[in-house]
Design a protein around this ligand. Sequence first.
Ligand code: IFM
Length: 468
Amino acid sequence: MNAPAQLVRCLPAGFRFGAATAAYQIEGAHREDGRGPSVWDTFSHTPGRTLDGATGDTACDHYHRYPEDVALLRGLGVDGYRFSISWPRLLPQGTGPVNAKGLDFYDRLIDELLAAGVAPAVTLYHWDLPQALEDRGGWRVRATAEAFAAFAALAAERYGDRVERWITLNEPYCSAFVGYAEGRHAPGAREGRGALAAAHHLLVGHGLAVRELRAAGAREIGITLNLDRVHAASTLPEDLAARRRAKVLHNEVWTEPLFAGRYPPQERQTWGGLAGGPWRRPGDLELIGAPLDFLGVNFYRPITVAAAPHREADPERRTAVDIGVTELDPYGTRHTTMGWPVVPAAFTELLRELHRRHPRLPPIWITENGTAEADTVGADGLVHDAQRIDYLAEHLAAVAEAVAAGVDVRGYYLWSLLDNFEWARGYAQRFGLVHVDFDTLTRTPKDSYHWYRALIAAHRARTEEAAR
Ligand code: IFM
């Protein structure tokens, strides 16, 4: 398959390419070799929580098939692979006794990657909190942040010599607000203060983990945020105010403490009396705002908001996502099977907005971007996913445009290497470059896999030529 010549030209020389996954979404082997239960085991085994009762018990069986998956990465020619370490595989109870077989698994995976010429990028927390910690309050309590730091120290000590890039948290928005306020994700809570305390403790956990990673001599350290480009439904003052609140909820609750050394100035307008709270301690902002080597950005789609009545009249009983805002979809464009509008220009806008607003912003890595499509293996044994190729080409071009405008973006990890367990949406959403048959676990590279391989090869050749 031909690489799009224009894309090859407009991405900067030295730009790096990768692919991403997460432990619970692909590993399976949920009870094997001493792994403890996570909140996602509990949640997915609770009737009614996931589509068709899907669980990650087997997922892609990556725990056993990782050599095949690393061979797929080698075949792609990616520079790097972003994966997450399952906390309950290393520490079945979240703290305390270490599971040697769990540690060994990631040793094998990392060594296999290095032998394939693929640089490991590790996410420490991609939502699989050990259930034992949730039973003691989960992210609502500071002790979980401290336990996370100890887990980070363990991982850094064991793998730090071989890991190129460390990501403390993946999308804390989802952990705090989808998990503790909307209840669509584990642990399925619908809270106000609990979710805001969780957001804060996630950031404290990040800060403590950064400290541990630095002390262990880890190389590049960052955090991954799913920031939203938020549009207002109209220029009416109430919709503009709704947009402000949505930006606090989605973006500023993270970016202000991380990159501006303060809590979001408009948090009171967003959460009223729920904002602030006794979970904040002196020194937390300094800890959270310690310099990072990069910011990971995950982008899939923009959102548009309008003012709406609160779902709960009593402010004291509101969840943290009940901020008087409703989401609309005015995008007259194609949608993915997730129902998400395809608007690549919003990606450029988001990157440029970040760059403009935060003078202290470190270099950016796109740590996730991709699309779910209705992929099937055809009679020819192939998967013709032209829509994914279009999505990827358009979004990579959007990144290139941001770079041309001065945003420092170093690389791109595509979501995802494999079709996998899409959380509450089960196995119906296929994000992979590689199709997985969830009955036989057979892997079939899609057309987009071959397209991405050709792009990477052509871009690498261009970088090498530029260096001569
Ligand atoms: O599958 C998820 C991933 O775990 C986190 N970011 C968004 C992806 C697609 O929904």
